[in-house]
Design a protein around this ligand. Structure first.
Ligand SMILES: Nc1ncnc2c1ncn2[C@@H]1O[C@H](COP(=O)(O)OP(=O)(O)OP(=O)(O)O)[C@@H](O)[C@H]1O
Length: 638
């Protein structure tokens, strides 16, 4: 930061520089959005002032009529967007317009590829905001004063995107009588078509019609002598300037819903679906809730801002009212407008409020209903939703007891039915395909789809044609830990406990299994003695057809995949000892019965390969390799 007579020069945070560069290069084909973004910010600034003024009416400075103004100057080649909202202090100007304060910003920029189309989509997810001004302007001047501050506290911020000063901006103190912010865009050379009242009006109507505050422009009249439109001194309101959500549904077009979403969701893209309702009864409120098409870049940050704006009787109260949506629906964006909450409601009050609990339950129900409707009637869009947000929705199985069944009905999984990683199978689909005599929903969990798909535990299921769900998201362990049944059918891991296939097993097979257990008793005891502390038990299996052995967790012990996940996350998970099951019809097992001198090596390899096959890791891989070599050489007679 260097200092001249009055102005200070600052360098942008590195990420801002990157964002500016990308914005200019990736979004120029969509340049019109700059106006929507600046008007959206101006509207937020008005909302914030109205809210702060609830406790401090003097902030209005005798000018309570909030408005946004759009003007242009043909000869200076500028467009100006002004508001009389909250404004910014000198400090706020530097933090808000010189840095990006979103968590995960650095990681986000790490994902950019240099491919214009892809990067444009990513920027959309990030939120384009103020910096979109530079798509059409090569110099931007912001003049602002925070409400309640004296005129001497005005600030001018300026940044030129050309020449040596690109990447820097200046700030200086100015006198500014008017509260709020004016943003002046000095247009790039090829942008002169924007310097038209008609063009700007049509952009405002197209993108910002729903903005709550009036957007004013100077009226234009036809001058017969000059044969052109002349700007008069009279103001006119260009937009509808009413709360979109307060209108009745049949008065709102889809385009209006979509345009409003872009403002409230800070999204560049259209929403996937929405639900709009007025709820009457004990609590009266309106909800307009949207499901985005794409996950925001910070979806995995459970502390990231949540997207619901709370209004009370159309007065904006707060952004990110996280109490209005459960965490597993944190991707939902929109507005809740309550008729009953006090205007001075704070975050602390919200934490305790029973009214908020009721509103939240109502909003949750609506969103789940909307998803059910999509799943039923618009399968392609539901599949798109699932791809983006399925993992988050899964968290709901443990988070929202009251709606557990509804959430379970919305889940989609991969399964052995198609044997592909596509998550398309619902629990209802699964039940519809169950074999005669099958009374359980079977699943396997593993670290990757391929590990799940090729798990030895599936062999008997594949042989009998019984479908198994293939779960490989980390969160799936959480799902199966919380969701123990669906529609009266228990969910059962194929890798836990003794396998009881109930009526799916015929008498013959049962008898054979019992016989094998007797016959192999001595071998089982020897293997168990040889493996010692590494296993809880050794028994004969009827899960396997091709593999010689597999590991299973005891009925009430933690599954081995979950134990590994917890360990990887640094948690002190109790590593229960597994049970080794061996397949008596496998030649390697039969060969083992006759083994004398290398029995311990054989037993260890049997155990270790079973551990590897189910996704585990060996604590002593070198010894495993040595054993294998030893056995190979023994077999070749050396
Ligand atoms: N007209 C304005 N009046 C007051 N503050 C403003 C105005 N325009 C921008 N700001 C401040 O600058 C910040 C950054 O704006 P920007 O548009 O880049 O991001 P955003 O609105 O927070 O989020 P998004 O990028 O998702 O739109 C805003 O959060 C706000 O604090």
């Amino acid at each position: 930061m260097s200092q001249t007579a009055t102005a200070q020069t600052h360098a942008f945070q590195a990420e801002v520089k990157q964002l500016l560069h990308l914005m200019i290069h990736s979004l120029y084909s969509n340049r019109e959005i700059f106006l929507r973004e600046l008007i959206s910010n101006a509207s937020d600034a008005c909302d914030k002032l109205r809210f702060e003024a609830l406790d401090a009416p003097e902030l209005f400075e005798n000018d309570p009529d909030l408005a946004i103004r759009v003007g242009f100057d043909k000869s200076a080649r500028t467009i100006t967007v002004s508001d009389n909202g909250i404004g910014m202090s000198a400090e706020e100007v530097v933090t808000h317009l010189g840095t990006i304060a979103k968590s995960g910003t650095r990681e986000f920029f790490g994902q950019l590829t240099g491919d214009r189309q892809k990067d444009a989509n990513l920027i959309g997810q990030f939120g384009v905001g103020f910096y979109s001004a530079f798509i059409v302007a090569d110099r931007v001047t912001v003049e602002t004063r925070r409400a309640g501050q004296p005129a001497s506290e005005g600030v001018r911020w300026e940044c030129a995107m050309t020449g040596e000063t690109a990447g820097e901006y200046t700030t200086e103190a100015i006198e500014r009588a008017a509260r709020g912010t004016s943003i002046t865009l000095h247009l790039r050379e090829d942008q002169d078509d924007l310097l038209s009242g008609w063009q700007l009006r049509s952009l405002i109507r197209k993108y910002s019609d729903h903005i709550l505050q009036p957007i004013l422009m100077k009226k234009e009249e036809w001058d017969e002598d000059k044969k052109e439109q002349v700007v008069s001194e009279e103001d006119e309101t260009v937009n509808q300037a009413s709360a979109l959500w307060a209108k009745s549904k049949n008065e709102i077009t889809d385009d209006e819903y979509k345009a409003f979403y872009k403002h409230v969701g800070h999204d560049y893209d259209e929403p996937l679906a929405w639900t709009h309702n007025r709820v009457e009864g004990r609590h009266e409120y309106t909800q307009l809730l949207y499901i985005p098409k794409h996950a925001p870049f910070d979806l995995w940050d459970r502390n990231a801002r949540h997207g619901i704006k709370l209004y009370v009787k159309r007065v904006f109260i707060m952004d990110d009212a996280e109490k209005l949506m459960p965490t597993y629906l944190r991707f939902v964006r929109g507005v809740v407008d309550s008729a009953d909450l006090p205007l001075n409601v704070s975050r602390e009050i919200l934490q305790e409020s029973k009214d908020i609990d009721t509103i939240r339950a109502g909003c949750t129900k609506r969103v789940l209903g909307l998803l059910e409707d999509l799943a039923e009637n618009d399968k392609d869009n539901y599949a798109a939703f699932w791809k983006e947000f399925g993992k988050v929705l899964k968290e709901g199985t443990g988070e929202d007891f009251a709606n557990k069944d509804k959430i379970a009905g919305l889940l989609r999984f991969a399964s052995t039915h198609a044997d592909t990683p596509d998550e398309t199978v619902s629990l209802a689909d699964y039940i519809g395909r169950m074999k005669e005599g099958q009374d359980k929903i079977y699943y396997v969990t593993a670290e990757t789809f391929n590990a799940a798909k090729n798990s030895p535990h599936l062999e008997i299921f594949r042989k009998k044609g019984i479908e198994v769900l293939l779960l490989s998201d980390r969160v799936d362990e959480w799902v199966t830990g919380n969701l123990t049944e669906f529609d009266g059918k228990p969910l059962v891991s194929v890798a836990k406990g003794g396998l009881d296939l109930g009526e799916l097993e015929d008498e013959e097979e049962k008898k054979e299994a019992e016989k094998a257990a007797d016959e192999y008793k001595e071998l089982l005891d020897r293997v168990k003695a040889s493996l010692g502390e590494r296993v809880k038990d050794v028994r004969v299996t009827h899960r396997l057809t091709d593999s010689p052995a597999c590991l299973v967790a005891d009925e009430h012990d933690m599954g081995m995949n979950l134990a590994r996940i917890l360990k990887a996350a640094g948690q002190d998970a109790p590593m229960a000892k597994p049970i080794l099951e061996i397949n008596p019809s496998h030649p390697a097992v039969q060969r083992l019965r006759a083994e004398e001198s290398s029995f311990d090596d054989w037993a260890a390899v049997l155990f270790e390969q079973a551990l590897l096959a189910e996704g585990g890791t060996l604590d002593d891989p070198a010894t495993f390799v040595k054993r294998i070599n030893h056995l190979m050489l023994a077999m070749s007679g050396n």
